[in-house]
Design a protein around this ligand. Structure first.
Ligand SMILES: Cc1cc2nc3c(=O)[nH]c(=O)nc-3n(C[C@H](O)[C@H](O)[C@H](O)COP(=O)(O)OP(=O)(O)OC[C@H]3O[C@@H](n4cnc5c(N)ncnc54)[C@H](O)[C@@H]3O)c2cc1C
Length: 501
């Protein structure tokens, strides 16, 4: 291994100024590399969060106006490395949701803090606020340059050691000129629609890909609380985020009195999917769900957008090493360009920032291009693969449960005894994770990516509690997983009445 010294710092091009591209720029810039970010969209408009949310033409990131949760792993990383950046978020109106804020009143009443609880917090703001603040901070730090309105339209490569070494990027600049640049190293942070795999494939270099459809659509509508109104409790008659079996829902509190409601619907629920597209249909569904109604009723808030959706939600993992050999050299993909998980788990930005920092660490430790590629692959597998696998297995279970409810069953039936036992175990964990502080704490550590998914289940005390839940029966546990609300048929009847009347 070669340790690089100051003269060996790289000239790095990052493609994409989304959240992962910007975090990669910070991670690499803070290590002294010369970083330029190429972004095809225009920069945010002058002004603050409101201008960015309502006026920024952000075509390159289709999820830009969907609400985003920023998990503890990301918040802690930002706070530890860039504390002044976190200060900027508070100044822009972002809020902190602490561990105690997430507890239902009955647990909060007897809560005794434990070391580490203070690390479990979420940063709550609209993605427009996050991106604008992050981008302005990046632009003013470590000499990082952002070339806006500049599209990467191709690559140049040469064959080296049976791999394609990337040697340049073809750009269409903001003036419309076509030019080729030759950085030492290229980071692909161009998101879910990355063209790099296609460009490499044309040169005979194919990346392996795992691709699984989550079989859901995700609908969002934004609201703003009326002046002087406080947010309703998150744990009233029902929780402000939960599952009715045939629909998952959630409220995302954000900055400056804004919040968003999301509804997540299985692909096969055609009537619901149709209803949710329409402002009245969306509102009617929200008013019918006890966990959301207190937020969206007209005495509390006003919608600020129409409902809008995001479909074609897949879990994707790209492989850049085949049979122990790197396929591409001097090319590293981070964030959605490399790995995607279902947005329901709110993990994409957090895994992206972990990925970015992992890359920055190893570029400093290793200089050989092939060794860098192999080690990046190894570390990505070690740190991000367990998160990807856990998300994928939750997707598969979600699909089974939704189909089962569609067919009129209360529980997802398993075809084998092993499958049934696993489903019963998971229902017991889910029920205990609502009622027992020790299990709640563990489950939240997993949710916030503060540990490898499910690590808390190795704890003896957690195991005993879960066993007690297991013994009380699957039906009861499954019931506590679901939030109070209309059954599927009742919801469809309400929608029919509204449409008819
Ligand atoms: C509906 C929805 C909700 C989500 N909710 C959450 C959440 O709650 N929490 C969370 O952590 N994650 C969430 N995610 C995932 C999260 O949005 C992504 O994981 C994250 O944005 C990935 O960041 P990125 O920088 O890799 O890509 P992106 O944010 O997509 O950015 C890619 C950038 O590259 C630019 N670009 C693309 N091609 C080129 C090119 N050829 N030349 C120049 N520029 C280019 C684009 O303009 C864009 O700015 C959600 C996703 C969706 C779809």
């Amino acid at each position: 291994m070669n340790i690089l010294n100051a003269v060996d710092k790289e000239n790095i091009a990052i493609v994409g100024a989304g959240i992962c591209g910007l975090c990669t720029a910070l991670a690499l810039g803070s290590k002294g590399h010369r970083v330029t970010v190429y972004e095809r969209d225009i920069p945010p408009p002058e002004g603050g969060a409101e201008e960015a949310f309502f006026n920024w033409k952000r075509r390159g990131a289709a999820q830009f106006r969907h609400p985003h949760a920023f998990l503890s792993v990301m918040c802690n990383l930002l706070e530890e490395r860039y504390p002044d950046l976190v200060g900027e978020f508070w100044r822009a109106g972002a809020r902190k949701m602490t561990f105690t804020d997430t507890l239902p009143p009955e647990l909060a009443a007897t809560y005794v803090p434990e070391p580490g609880d203070e690390k479990m917090w979420l940063l709550m703001c609209r993605r427009a606020t996050m991106e604008t603040v992050l981008r302005r901070y990046v632009e003013n730090t470590h000499g990082i340059t952002i070339a806006n309105n500049t599209s990467v339209i191709g690559i140049t490569t040469e064959e080296r050691d049976e791999a394609q070494a990337i040697t340049g990027l073809e750009l269409r600049t903001s003036e419309g000129d076509i030019e080729t640049i030759h950085p030492n190293l290229i980071v692909d942070a161009s998101g879910r629609t990355t063209k790099f795999p296609e460009w490499f494939e044309k040169r005979g270099c194919t990346f392996g890909v795992e691709d699984d459809d989550a079989e859901i659509v995700y609908y969002t509508r934004h609201y703003r609380l009326h002046p002087g109104e406080d947010e309703p409790p998150r744990h009233g008659e029902a929780r402000s985020a939960g599952d009715l079996g045939y629909i998952k829902y959630g409220i995302f509190p954000a900055d400056n009195g804004h919040f968003a409601a999301i509804l997540c619907i299985p692909n096969h629920e055609e009537e619901l999917r149709e209803a949710v597209k329409d402002a009245d249909g969306f509102q009617q569904i929200c008013l019918t769900i006890p966990g959301i109604e207190p937020w969206v009723n007209e005495s509390k808030s006003t919608p600020t957008t129409h409902p809008f959706g995001f479909g074609d939600i897949h879990a994707v993992w790209r492989h850049y090493v085949k049979d122990g050999r790197p396929q591409a050299l001097n090319y590293f993909a981070v964030g959605d360009a490399a790995i995607r998980t279902n947005p329901l788990y709110g993990r994409g930005c957090s895994t992206g920032i972990m990925h970015a920092h992992l890359l920055a660490e190893l570029l400093d430790e290793i200089s050989d291009p092939a060794e860098r590629a192999l080690r990046f692959n190894e570390k990505t597998e070690e740190i991000l693969r367990p998160i990807f696998k856990a998300s994928l297995s939750d997707d598969k279970r979600g699909i089974l449960r939704a189909k089962s409810i569609f067919e009129g069953n209360q529980l997802d039936e398993a075809s084998t005894l092993r499958g049934w036992l696993r489903a019963a175990f998971l229902d017991a964990v889910a029920a205990a994770a609502r009622e027992h502080i020790h299990v709640v704490r563990g489950a939240l550590r997993t949710f916030n990516l503060m540990e490898k998914p499910g690590d808390f289940l190795k704890d003896r005390r957690v195991q005993w509690i879960v066993l007690r839940y297991l013994l009380r029966g699957r039906g009861r546990n499954a019931e506590s997983r679901l939030q109070p609300g209309p059954s599927r048929l009742e919801m469809l009847a309400v929608l029919k009445d509204t449409a008819g009347g």
